[in-house]
Structures are given as C-alpha cells and as structure tokens.
Design a protein around this ligand. Structure first.
Ligand code: S3P
Length: 168
C-alpha cells in the first residue's frame, strides 16, 4: 500500500503549492477536499458558506474526507478547517501520514491579503481573525503526525522534508 500524504494547516499555509509539487515528486495523485466539495455542490465555497452556512459546508467536508480516506496513493490538500472534526482526523490517519504546515499569522496574511475566495477572511480585520483562529485551532493542528515550520522554507524545501519523513 502506498500511504497517503495528508497536508493540514491554516489558509495560506502553502498546502496547495506543496501538494501540487509532491504529486510529481512522490508519484502520488493530488486531491483537494475544497475542489471536491465545489465539484459535488457545483458552486464555489464562498457561495456554500453564504447560501447554506458553515455547518452545511462542514457536513459536506466530512463526507468528502471519509470518501477520500478510503483511497491510497494520494497527496491530500485539506481545507484549513478539516482538523476541527475528530472523525476527519481519525479517517485521514487510517492510511495516511498527516503533516501540519505551520506558518506565522503575518506570513499567512502576506499570502492571502489579495485573495477573495476565503469566506472566513472576507471581513474588516482579517489579520485579527487569523491570529484568533490560529490560536483557537492550534491544538487541533498539532494532532498531526509531523509539524513543519514553513516560515523560512521554500516550497521545495518543505517537499524535501516531507519526503524525508515519509521514508523513515
Ligand atoms: C477554511 C479553509 C479553506 C476552505 C474554507 C474554510 C477554514 O481552505 O476549506 O474556506 O476553515 O480554514 P484552504 O485552507 O485551502 O484555504
């Protein structure tokens, strides 16, 4: 069995870039929980939040995580809130190694400030929200098997570190 690589972390932590790169490096297939949710619902995440609310989004997200966790040979780019649910973590760890890509609030803000597709940060003071959510979720992200401090690392370096840890 080819164990899955599972990437968790806050919005803007680099999960998409790292997972795309790993797909080629590790001969794994990349899946993004957000992409699958949008395909299933045939609408953007911001519309799901806006029209149906966050609890509905989390329910769809749970179903998607349960489905993808049954497959192997994947690198899974998880939405930033996937770790909030115990069942999600249990499913993802069943045949995957979970990596938390950590980044400081200022680094995250720098990466997301010009983007508009994340409903939780489309507010007056996204910087304060990042600090608040990151702190509130800290213990959940730290349930990962490995924590990678990406603040001073390039995408290539993060991938190398993940590959090294997967071989151990
Ligand atoms: C969320 C993160 C987003 C997306 C949704 C909610 C979160 O994914 O799932 O907007 O709660 O942190 P990314 O981390 O890929 O931006």
């Amino acid at each position: 069995m080819n164990k899955n690589i599972v990437l968790v972390g806050f919005m803007g932590a680099g999960k998409s870039l790292v997972s795309s790169k790993l797909e080629n490096l590790a001969d794994l297939r990349r899946l993004s929980t957000d992409d699958i949710i949008e395909q299933k619902e045939n609408r953007k995440i911001s519309d799901i939040f806006g029209d149906s609310g966050e609890p509905y989004f989390r329910k769809v997200e749970r179903d998607v995580v349960a489905e993808v966790s049954q497959q192997d040979g994947l690198v899974i780019d998880c939405g930033g809130g996937v770790v909030l649910d115990d069942d999600n973590i249990r499913h993802l760890k069943k045949n995957g190694t979970v990596f938390y890509l950590f980044a400081n609030p200022d680094v995250i803000y720098g990466r997301i400030k010009d983007e508009t597709h994340r409903p939780l940060l489309q507010i007056d003071d996204p910087q304060a929200k990042i600090v608040e959510l990151l702190e509130a979720r800290k213990s959940r992200y730290e349930l990962a098997d490995h924590i990678i401090d990406t603040n001073n690392m390039s995408v290539d370096e993060v991938c190398e570190e993940i590959m090294k840890l997967m071989k151990k």
